[in-house]
Design a binder for this molecule. Structure first.
Ligand SMILES: Cc1cc2nc3c(=O)[nH]c(=O)nc-3n(C[C@H](O)[C@H](O)[C@H](O)COP(=O)(O)OP(=O)(O)OC[C@H]3O[C@@H](n4cnc5c(N)ncnc54)[C@H](O)[C@@H]3O)c2cc1C
Length: 405
């Protein structure tokens, strides 16, 4: 594992820092239009799709360069770009599995956010057990007819396109009958209904497809390869935000320390309470451990290796840490931590959250639950670690249904 940055990486970081300082939006981002304007600035500067091939609008950059730009964005508390699923999942899927024509048609418009994307994988009875999905795509000769329901579709309400997993064969094993498609969301057969979340926003949706039409040219990979394609795409987000995430935690920690200095309990600043100091110190040490874990992942990616099941260790530890950290924040802040608006400035969070909203501590606390569910819940990550790293016996269906299978 390499803990040192090369002189080139240091120079690159300086250049990215200067650009961000000079171009950071002066006003708070409030609308999708504001965010799109910031997104396009990042795109024009070459800071989006940095690892994608140059011939399709990407930057051909190394994993460390991508991580450094994201890290500098976090350091400056810069707003996130939009089209996160296009950038994080759909684009990389097309880069690896798409035809040359598909790459030319879609990639650049993902980067420039001319077309916004969502991911149509989960269904009401197919989340962790994704292979149980029932949405069907039936071959009609010149196109596919799609019927079914998806759920938890982030950005579904603003998406022009979706990356769809659908069943094309019911006669083979469930993993083998799934195929991958692009889905035009702007058609009469697609009905998108926003879901109100516990945070108060409606960032994800239900999507109903009733005789929706999918052109043959929208198929990604071969029929029946959908499951294998989904397995590669779920692991894409390993390196890109590795350092940025830690920088975010660290700056949230500093804000919490500042808040604890200002708050008073029993006539003294809260920060003088030994228990509060211990808890803040412990969580700081955990954040530092995550920093080394991020550097370990980046070292592997730089060498062209893949962490494999080790990615589950990383995902499990950073998402569970975020949850513990937000629980501590609310414990320390007391009633201030529960306010979604109206808290004095020193007790606000004011940090761009993962979904691009400048949240309160209360918002960030609620959002921290999500990280242990999406992209494979903590329990699923533990199963992977148990089976593939520790070599424990494989989970059976009987285990899952309490011995009743
Ligand atoms: C913020 C957010 C955004 C999302 N965005 C998208 C999106 O854009 N597109 C999309 O397709 N999906 C999206 N999802 C859905 C996400 O992929 C699913 O929520 C996830 O796969 C879990 O599925 P589920 O919700 O059906 O829970 P379930 O799979 O029903 O799990 C319920 C509980 O049982 C546990 N469990 C399940 N199976 C096992 C097992 N084998 N062993 C041990 N425990 C088990 C789980 O850990 C969990 O605690 C999003 C989710 C969230 C929270």
């Amino acid at each position: 594992m390499d803990l040192n940055y090369t002189p080139e990486d240091i120079a690159f970081r300086k250049q990215a820092r200067t650009w961000i300082e000079q171009n950071l939006p002066k006003k708070e981002i409030r609308t999708l239009e504001d965010r799109l304007a910031w997104h396009r600035k990042l795109f024009d500067a070459g800071y989006l799709g940095m690892g994608w091939p140059k011939e399709y609008g990407g930057g051909g950059a190394r994993p460390m360069e991508q991580a450094v730009v994201a890290d500098e964005m976090a350091r400056a508390n810069a707003p996130a770009p939009t089209n996160s699923l296009g950038l994080g999942i759909v684009g990389p899927t097309i880069v690896v599995h798409g035809t040359d024509a598909q790459k030319r048609r879609y990639l650049k418009k993902i980067l420039s956010a001319e077309e916004l994307w969502c991911q149509l994988y989960s269904e009401p009875n197919a989340g962790s057990d994704l292979a149980a999905l029932r949405t069907s795509a039936v071959d009609q000769g010149d196109h596919f007819l799609v019927n079914g329901q998806k759920i938890w579709t982030s950005a579904g309400a603003i998406a022009d396109w979706g990356l769809l997993l659908a069943r094309t064969d019911t006669k083979v094993a469930k993993h083998k009958g799934i195929s991958c498609f692009l889905m035009n969301m702007r058609q009469p057969g697609v009905d998108v209904r926003p879901l109100k979340q516990i945070t108060g926003s409606s960032e994800f949706c239900e999507v109903y497809m009733t005789n929706a039409r999918d052109e043959k040219s929208y198929q990604i990979g071969k029929l029946g390869e959908g499951w294998a394609i989904a397995q590669t795409t779920l692991g894409y987000e390993l390196g890109g935000r590795a350092l940025a995430r830690i920088t975010n935690y660290a700056s949230q920690h500093s804000r919490l320390v500042e808040a604890a200095k200002r708050m008073r309990r029993h006539g003294k600043p809260l920060i003088e309470d030994p228990l509060v100091r211990q808890k803040l110190g412990r969580i700081w040490a955990e954040i530092e451990v995550e920093r080394y874990q991020a550097l370990r992942t980046l070292t592997l990616l730089e060498r062209g290796e893949h962490p494999g099941a080790g990615g589950s260790l990383t995902k499990l530890s950073y998402s569970e840490l975020e949850k513990r950290f937000m629980e501590l924040a609310l414990e320390i802040l007391g009633p201030y931590g529960q306010l979604t608006e109206g808290a004095p400035k020193e007790f606000q969070l004011e940090i761009d959250t993962a979904v691009g909203e400048r949240g309160s501590w209360a918002y960030a606390y609620l959002w921290s639950r999500a990280g242990t569910i999406y992209a494979g819940s903590s329990e699923i990550q533990k199963n992977v670690i148990g089976e593939r790293i520790l070599g424990l016996p494989k989970e059976t269906r009987a285990d899952r249904v309490g011995g009743k299978a």
